[in-house]
Ligand binder design. Sequence first.
Ligand code: DQQ
Length: 487
Amino acid sequence: MNEENFTRSTVEMRPDVSGRLRRRLAADPQRPAYHFLPPNHWINDPNGLIQWQGRYHLFYQHNPHRPLWGDIHWGHAVSNDLVHWTDLALALAPTPGGPDSGGCWSGCAVDADGTPAFFYTGVFPEVQCLATGSDDLTRLHKHEGNPVIAGPPAGLKVTGFRDPWVWQEGHAWFMALGSGIRGQGGAVLLYRSADLLHWEYDHPLLTGTVRDPGEVWECPNFFPLGNRHVLLVSIAPGVGTYYFIGRYADQVFTPEHQGWLDHGMGGFFAPQTLLDNLGRRLIIGWLPEDREQSAAVEAGWAGCLSVPRVLTRQGDGALSCAPVPELSALRGEPRRFADIALQPGTRVPLDGLQGEALDLVATIDPGDAAQVGLVVRASPGGEEETRLLYDRASESLILDRARSSLSEGVGREERRAPLRLAPGEPLKLRVLLDHSAIEVFAADGVPLTSRIYPSRPDSLGVGVLAEGGMARLQALEGWPMRSIWGD
Ligand code: DQQ
């Protein structure tokens, strides 16, 4: 790689060392405080997740010029604890005249026998590129011979060809690429290499059918989890993240179980996973804005990432996830509530518990109520509120955003997660509220991620409600959450 690549746009390549950009935007009431986002402007997919020399490195799709998608670079941050992050210089910039002149799109990182190797998609057309990292990962050196894969397999009519995901089996390296076969549906293409430089197409790891949503599967992740393998794909355009769990042997993947990874659908997109040194399969996704572009342009920033989560399998075989325990380092003084009877048609405000950055853990006995749940970001007069309800009849958890905001031009559609409670089983909810970001985990692992944009400064309240029968709040703990940036 030539150093000119990195001196071309020196202003943008510098990190926000003084924190000036972050401080300027920190007072924005919609800007998340404990979800990762860049100092300013645009973020989409997390990329190149790797634990290196004991630290977690996060790269991400970033437009350093404006809060809109375009001219995609790789941003870079590092963390010791998955909670607090330090901005580093931008890691990849498009090289004029190079195979990535139109942008450095998503990709991954692997430890290649001690050398950190990064694979990403250069555009246009979509080709696969390689970069290697300096010892501390502060500089990425593009391979002189890029692209390492110059185009899709001959004869395949693909709808996309991007987002390399690389892993090693014995002495062989494999790459899964997000793709789709015209007229057939999404696909993940499997390549093989002995040296990470020369790649040969093997076969499709999996293909969808026209009945499946989406023509292109983006950002594949493929990894073992327990005694099975998991394939994640993000269904374009921004539909949601889908998982397949199954058996994998001799490069053949046979799914046995499948479903949506997060029931916020496009609210949690293009995630990337990482096996850390504690043996955890971590996952971080992108939370796009759900408001008009003009609002993001005015704000000067767009998008954030989810909190890091740990992926596991539930008893019934479904994939589930929960926030990393490290997050509790951000908790302030808790407020605790217990044993509150909920009459039908009433809501009980939880006095003294309010805020735009909270971590809530609730256990509710649904009794014979038809609906039971929480109200968050509620204004005192109820003009704005976001409801989170277990609905017995449809056996689902509903995020009701209809009255989340008095502002025009924000997403209001409800989001629904299937949720079956056995007789006598309480409703367990964990809710991470962070200004415009909301992440919900029901029943210890069913995620639903979305965005809300309350407009009133007094839309801060938390309450419990029941409809159509009696219920009981068994326990609720709520913690104010600190910013990860120390502001
Ligand atoms: N975003 C990247 C692509 C990927 C898409 C471009 C998914 O590589 O397919 O910014 O959000």
